[in-house]
Design a protein. Sequence first.
Length: 151
Amino acid sequence: MWGAQCLGIVGETNPGFIDGVMSNNNTKTRISNLTDGTTNVMLMYELAGRNDLWRAGKLITANTGTIGGGWADINNAENWMAGSSYDGTITEGPCFVNCTNEGGVGIYSFHSGMANILLGDGSVRGLSANVSREVVIKLVSFDGGGVLGEF
C-alpha cells in the first residue's frame, strides 16, 4: 500500500492489512471482516482541489498538477498514500493530511488543520493535520489488530 511507510507499525498483525477495505484487492469484504471495529476503519477521505496541484495551502499548478478531478473520476478509484514532507514537495514523508493533494501521497482538504474522513460505522470525523502515519495506517487497516479507540 504505502511502500516502506507501512513496515514495522506496532500492533498490525495481519500482513494483508496494507490494503484498505474498499481496495480493488478486497472486493468481497463485508462488515463482519472489519475486525478492528467499524469505528476504527477509514473508508473514504477528502482529496480536494484536483486537477490543480496544491501544497500546504498554496496553489502550485492550475489544471495540470495532478489527476482525478471529478468525484467519479476513475483516477480516484484507487489512491495509495505515501505521505510527504510538511511542505508537500517530497513523497514518502511523515505528513498525511493537508500537505499535498498529489496523487498517491495523502489526504487533502481546504479545512484549516484537518480533513474529513468517513468511518466504517457511517460517521464522519475530522482527522487532524498533526496525525501520525501510524494512526493513518491503522485507520486504513481493517483486520490488522490496530484498534485505536479515540484518535
